[in-house]
Design a protein around this ligand. Structure first.
Ligand SMILES: [Zn+2]
Length: 140
């Protein structure tokens, strides 16, 4: 399936023809900072499966809650966060809101639910993990 996406101002556009390995919502504190309080909804895609068709995102490198270093790609013009690139992981975490349509990208699991604020309900229809899921529960 061909998917396209981009930042809010349109300076950066991307596309992929690869189906996501999985989807999820991350409730860790870092993600709350970037979203404004709610979880971060992401689709996992193999690194190299997303092609830039316009612009070049800026990168912010930081240590994630999981302890691994990750690079976050964002638009330097409008500030929209586009994806994360965890080092040593075969996948990148593309924010589902960055896609032009995300109707079929609802979360298959919720992680770091222990960090979710008390006022944010975590829906019960998808598996929930207090922190990182065990390896066998992750998308394959
Ligand atoms: Zn932009």
């Amino acid at each position: 399936m061909h998917r396209e996406g981009g930042c809010a101002c349109g300076a950066i556009r991307f596309e992929t023809r690869t189906e996501p390995m999985g989807t999820g919502a991350c409730h860790c504190r870092d993600c709350q900072k970037f979203t404004g309080g709610g979880p971060n909804y992401v689709a996992l895609l193999p690194k190299g499966s997303v092609t830039l068709t316009r612009g070049e995102p800026s990168l912010a490198r930081a240590r994630a809650d999981s302890g691994t270093m990750t690079s976050r790609a964002f638009c330097a013009d409008c500030g929209t966060h586009l994806w994360g690139m965890p080092e040593h992981a075969p996948f990148m975490t593309v924010k589902v809101g960055a896609f032009d349509s995300s109707n079929d990208l609802g979360p298959q699991m919720h992680i770091y639910t222990a960090s979710a604020p008390a006022w944010h309900p975590v829906p019960g229809e998808a598996p929930c993990f207090a922190g990182m899921p065990p390896m066998d529960a992750r998308a394959d």
